[in-house]
Design a binder for this molecule. Sequence first.
Ligand SMILES: CSC[C@H]1O[C@H](OP(=O)(O)O)[C@H](O)[C@@H]1O
Ligand SMILES: Nc1ncnc2[nH]cnc12
Length: 290
Amino acid sequence: MDTVIGVIGGSGLYEIAGLEAAEWVSVATPWGTPSDQILTGRLDGVAMAFLPRHGRGHVHSPSTVPYRANIDALKRLGVTDVISVSACGSFREEMAPGDFVVVDQFIDRTFAREKSFFGTGCVGHVSVAHPVCPRLSAACLAAGRDLGLRMHNGGTYLAMEGPQFSTLAESRMYRSWGCDVIGMTNMPEAKLAREAELCYASVAMITDYDSWHPDHGAVDITQIIKTLGQNADHARSLVARLPALLGALREPCLHGCDRALDYAIMTAPEKRDPGLMAKLDAVAGRVLNR
Ligand SMILES: CSC[C@H]1O[C@H](OP(=O)(O)O)[C@H](O)[C@@H]1O
Ligand SMILES: Nc1ncnc2[nH]cnc12
């Protein structure tokens, strides 16, 4: 099967350079319009699709990013592997601004977003116990290390609703929970990627120490924006290494990400809602049409 790498660019990462046959394409989905057009092309012989999560010009807030449309659109384009790149605050002294963390766990504290493709008329339950793909995460780690970036292998990402940053009490509480980084967007994105049977990895670019750090005070957006610029250049270089590391052809995922729906759907065939079934054509067509 051909590898198609999808990159979801977070704050500060609104395009990538160097794609052959680069073209911004519009993708319509039954879940609405994605955050923006998607930049398609090829890099080192591998198909790529880049989607700026907030749209070019940073239009969508974390709560209004059309997460379902974004994941559906990538799936429709044939994407097999999704790399999410996100600006994050840090809860660890050793995870400093400018460092990158390859996230392996999440705590989802978001509450004002649609979190599933499934619902009344087609109920589905997937496991997100292991929410990222170890193979894809390893490739991100290797890519960053090859470039000499300060990389951290694993970390728990606290997804908050936002758009305000945390209070000091919240920041201290998340730290006491064992969280490593904080952002506003990786949930429900990671859950939806699993429902859509896409391998997903998350690269957190640290921009700040949130508000817990006695020497750094409150989160300062002007400081974040400064750090974002440099982080985004590093992220672009990291992404550009991935085609060589992942290769143009892929085997079925060893960790089963691409078969997450095998036993997920509970609703009896005769009770399924035809309208919802039609909307699920891209994300769940593999199992619904068998
Ligand atoms: C620019 S600071 C807050 C903003 O940045 C992060 O966005 P993303 O995850 O898309 O990189 C964070 O989640 C907030 O949306
Ligand atoms: N401290 C922080 N909290 C939430 N999202 C962020 N994105 C970047 N820094 C952040």
